[in-house]
Design a protein around this ligand. Sequence first.
Ligand code: BGC
Length: 453
Amino acid sequence: MSDSYRFPDDFVWGTATSAYQIEGSPTADGAGHSIWHRFSHTPGNTWLDQTGDIACDHYRRYKDDVAIMAELGANAYRFSIAWARIFPEGTGAINKKGIDFYSRLVDELLKRGIKPNVTLFHWDLPEALDDRGGWLNRDVADWFGDYATTMFEVLGDRVDLWSTLNEPWVVTDGGYLSGVLAPGHSNLFEAPIAAHNLLRSHGAAVERFRSTKAAKKGKIGITVNLEPKYPASDSPQDLAAVRRADAYINRQYLDPVFMGKYPAELREIFGEAWPEWSDEDMRLIKQPIDFLGVNYYTRKVEQYHPDFRPLQTKHVPQPDHIQTETHWEVYPEALTRVLLWVTERYGKVPVYITENGAAFYDPPQAIDGRVEDPLRVEYFRQHLRAAHEAMTKGVNLRGYYAWSLLDNYEWAHGYSKRFGIVHVDYSTQQRTVKSSGRYYASVIASKGAILAK
Ligand code: BGC
């Protein structure tokens, strides 16, 4: 470990959120429904049937939230656009009021010296498109391409970083295999098709980006969640299990984007459900990208288990390490490891850590205007040190975004898990910067130097 943790002067320090998790007012000003609106309004899908109807009311309070970012000293903000606010039916007629909201948000950020990092898709597919097959319909690449082009045209003069997709693995695994996330399907045959069409849509958007004015100002990439896999033992069966788990979560999306091919293990995992894909599709997917967004939360220790289909691996909890409230092991070393792995396997691509953070057992209310969250402070300290170490070992790391600016709607967990560095009292919408928020502000102000303490 280094004894100096100073980051470069031009390092990007940000916070991150996503549309459905914070905005509220999901149908305001002519917006269409998204699959998350439908999923959360279907009883039994989310914790206490909670929805994103109000969330953090950011749609109406965005100026206050940008002021908090400025108070923290952040110089960047990663947020997503709700596709159904722009195209209520997913395609066709544009809803100008939806565009105006994001345009106002971008202007407010720029006024405060905060660089926008826009994600085009963070899980809230327009319901109207899901009714036409959603990610299972090959036409989705054109629908997404058209929507992306519209956003490039209207915000392209002001946005520095564009991500096509957030965590396509979660979309497919949760949405089409386990069914715990929208649209709630559980079908081995659908999962590879959804994954492939997500990747084709990514490729279509990148291809279109290059000929818009957005390409003069900004850069484009994709954001994936990476979860390093460790074997429970050195047995050949456990090692093979780790290889499958790694292919499934870490290489399924990056190999096609950077290398134009899928990992061989996917055929082993999906068996007869794994289709053959055309060279033309693979060419579309393998568009050169300008940066990679990496979301990192935890690692997993895996063990062979024939009953856990389709991967035949079982996650082995590690009781010696701290677990977050979502039962994720706190393991910062794996952040260094995974960033080095990206660089070794895919080259020295510019990398941003686009999400990193934790849900811990915070006090439910602010007391005397304070929320103390020492475990989260420690989480950030250790992970920022790990990020710095990766940089000193040669990773082209350009920035870090804490997940999340605000406590927010944690998908199927509803409001039961708090990831914010700013506490939200959902009954009053009062925001209180937690001690982790104050700590992050001091890291930013010292350009990382304070991490040594
Ligand atoms: C997602 C976020 C989510 C966070 C914590 C990531 O998988 O991009 O939307 O809130 O992890 O679970």
